[in-house]
Design a protein. Sequence first.
Length: 175
Amino acid sequence: MSVPTDPALPRWQFDLTWALVEYHLDRLDPADFLWEPAPLCWTMRVDPAGGWRPDWADTEPDPVPVPTVAWLTWHIGWWWSVAVDHLRQRPARERADVRWPGPGAATVSWLNALRAEWTEILDGLTEADLARPSAYPWPADAGLTAAHLVAWVNVELMKNGAEIGQLRLLRAAGG
């Protein structure tokens, strides 16, 4: 399977994806973050130390809980931080080490900071960088490259952004 290695294409795709995500992030109200649209939800909960911890299961439950905006924004921050670590070729953070800032502007700022770091990475990628093997988010023996990782970030961000947007719209509509 051949994967394009032109560094300009993933940057263009990311900018398009981010514009759609940003549309919803900019319109979030702090109360949107912890709104639970269904009885079975995954959200962020205050831990004994006063920080936030995500609901989590190592094996996806059946039925799958509906994530809140809070959980989705933490999830983006978690996988995106780890993607940054992989492309910067540094040890990847553990899930439990990725801290969610809380509902509201602090989380939007956190995601905007990740966006800035990501675009810096994208702007510095060469064809050789994109062709480098990558073991995230799949097993090391999958035979995939940094170009696959970059494309996956765009897809995952688009999916999570759409979920945030749908939750925001449902809450605004009185759902």
